[in-house]
Design a protein around this ligand. Structure first.
Ligand code: ARG
Length: 603
């Protein structure tokens, strides 16, 4: 109801300015305005919106809040535009004004949305409304080469993908960047180790499996820590790689390729689109980061390393913390790459992406890293005023025991196995249901439905939690047909598909819609919230708000459908109710699509 809200707000402001012209003028002089404080009603019995402004205005205007509320209401009632939007306002308590939207206004908005392919969600515009808004970068997933993609990367992948989908739906150009860890000292160790163990792997593609690669990495690391000679060789290997030695580059490229193929399997299963632009991409820009920070006088040498001392961040003994930009051996850090990346992403093409907003989706363990990097970028004036850079942190994935997620035998969980298990369990569930209902279905159907439910359930369980908290992984909970789960939402859609199959189609040839039941109006109000939810997620980057909304919408729909006849109703009620079914279907489908979840006609 974003548009209706805006319209009412406009009328309210006019009412205030007319009724309290003197005070409005005085406020304007100080760059202020009289604020009606219009917000959604705190309880449904108060109507749709409430105006809280009378209470604050009372201090400015020196009248009791109730009298102010009365003056505002009188003013509103004289306004035809307002009277088309709302029923006569009522005053409650010390001076709250309660507003209820006219039924006609609700049905008009409903008709508009039934015809709008964006379901009432406005398209983003740039500030001056003439140009396309600047692109948004979502930096997500970003696993590390030669290491296993873990559940933290899975969370980043699922959350980042959903945020990217929502922003695209709003009309932004979105760059989905996979900032893979494809550079650094680990390659020196790995190449040195492989030279000793299986040198062919450094020249022949696909000779080692990713699982082995991860294992080699672990062993190489151990050797590096224990063996001084090995350490020296590894360091030399890194230098060779950095200097662009052909053989080393070839080996590096092979190792990356190997990991990449493995990552891609997970992305394919999860239907994730990503452009890889790993850390190595920014290598040519690292030296300029150092040079420019030096020019700006931000760099300080500390024990041979080049650092920026951070403001407001203190370490032990209250000393300011340094962010190391260049190590004493001349090497660069994770942070240096991120600084180069910020510059590149914000600079205008052809020297960069020209982004207006950068969103980083990683676990909250990296919060300090990002606040340090952001601080340095801002102090260096690399972040234009109108651009936003944001870290979108999320909590840990825990097992049902509240501890770190592990397999039964205590090993770290492989993503492939986790997805397989979700699908297998969904399948067992379907097979059981089919048996109980004596239904016959093909193997293809069973496998399609179980894959959709299994993957959907994993994604939804993750997204429906407030991402900032730790999240308890439970197959039983996420696959349940009851509660705030993917299967529950998918089932609501299946119900609507059933109505459609029984011949219940809303025909768009526009007979006027007619509603009379309270259950219809409740569903309509819920349907009309879609736009404000999308706008809120764009702002706060909390996909769980979209999940809660879709869950509430499904519940409201189920109540409506259980209580009010649709197919058996007479015209014009039948068509009007089918219209509600259609918009519910379209919003649920779109909403789930924005969460990266496919939907089903039958299940
Ligand atoms: N590769 C990192 C990790 O696995 C995540 C990178 C996130 N993005 C960034 N620009 N730092 O933890």
């Amino acid at each position: 109801m974003f548009q209706i809200y805006q319209e009412i707000n406009k009328q309210l402001k006019e009412a205030l300015n007319t009724a309290f012209a003197k005070e409005a003028l005085a406020a304007k002089k100080t760059g202020d305005s009289l604020n009606p404080q219009l917000m959604p009603a705190s309880k449904p019995e108060f109507g749709d919106f409430q105006v809280n402004g009378a209470l604050t205005l009372a201090k400015k205007i020196k009248l009791p809040p109730r009298s102010i509320a009365e003056i505002i209401v009188k003013q509103l009632k004289m306004n035809d535009e307002f009277n088309k939007l709302c029923y006569p306002p009522t005053i409650a308590g010390p001076g709250f004004i309660n507003l209820t939207i006219q039924n006609d206004c609700l049905s008009q908005e409903l008709s508009r949305r039934l015809k709008d392919k964006n379901l009432g969600v406005p398209l983003a515009q740039s500030d001056d409304q003439t140009k396309q808004p600047k692109p948004i970068i979502v930096d997500f997933s970003s696993p590390n080469i030669a290491k296993e993609m873990h559940v933290g990367h899975l969370r980043s992948t699922i959350i980042g993908d959903s945020i990217a989908r929502i922003l695209s739906f709003r009309g932004y150009k979105v760059l989905r960047l996979n900032h893979v860890g494809d550079w650094g000292t680990q390659f020196g160790m790995l190449i040195t180790y492989l030279k000793l163990i299986i040198p062919e792997a450094l020249t022949t593609p696909n000779l080692i499996k990713i699982g082995d690669l991860v294992d080699f990495y672990r062993k190489a690391k151990k050797r590096f820590d224990d063996d001084e000679y090995f350490q020296r060789c590894s360091r030399e290997e890194v230098v060779k790689l950095q200097q662009g030695n052909k053989e080393s580059l070839k080996a590096w490229e092979l190792l990356c390729q190997q990991s990449r193929q493995e990552f891609q399997k997970i992305y394919d299963r999860l239907d994730i689109e990503l452009s890889e632009r790993g850390e190595s991409f920014y290598n040519p820009f690292l030296i300029d980061v150092v040079k420019d920070l030096k020019k700006l006088g931000l760099l300080v040498e500390d024990e041979g390393a080049e650092c920026v001392f951070l403001e407001g961040m203190k370490g032990k003994e209250g000393k300011p913390l340094p962010l190391i930009i260049q190590k004493s051996d001349g090497g660069f850090n994770y942070a240096t790459t991120d600084l180069a990346a910020i510059r590149y992403r914000l600079q205008c093409p052809p020297n960069g992406d020209g982004a207006g907003r950068i969103i980083y989706v990683t676990d909250s363990g990296q919060s300090n890293h990002f606040s340090s990097v952001f601080q340095v970028a801002k102090r260096a004036k690399w972040v234009p005023k109108e651009c936003k850079i944001e870290h979108v942190p999320f909590g840990l994935v825990q097992g049902e025991d509240g501890k770190k997620l592990k397999t039964r035998s205590g090993e770290t969980v492989r993503l492939k196995e986790l997805l397989d298990e979700a699908i297998d369990r969904a399948k067992a569930d379907i097979v059981r249901r089919l048996h109980e209902d004596n239904r016959q279905e093909t193997q293809d159907f069973i496998s399609y439905v179980s894959t959709t439910i299994g993957i959907g359930a994993v994604k939804y369980a993750d997204l429906s939690q407030n991402r900032t908290t730790n999240y308890q992984f439970s197959f039983d909970r996420m696959l349940s047909l009851q509660g705030n789960t993917a299967p529950y939402l998918l089932y609501a859609l299946v119900r609507i598909a059933g109505i459609n199959r029984k011949g219940g189609h809303f025909d768009t040839s526009d007979k006027p819609l007619k509603f009379s039941e309270p259950g219809e109006w409740k569903l309509i109000r819920e349907l009309l919230k879609f736009d404000e939810i999308i706008l809120a997620v764009e702002e706060e980057l909390l996909p769980n708000r979209l999940c809660s909304y879709l869950f509430e919408l499904s519940q409201e729909f189920n109540r409506f459908y259980d209580q009010i006849p649709v197919l058996k109703a007479q015209e014009p009620e039948r068509s009007s109710r089918l219209a509600l079914c259609q918009l519910t279907r379209d919003i649920l489908k779109k909403g789930l699509n924005l969460l990266g979840i496919s939907t089903l006609e039958r299940m």
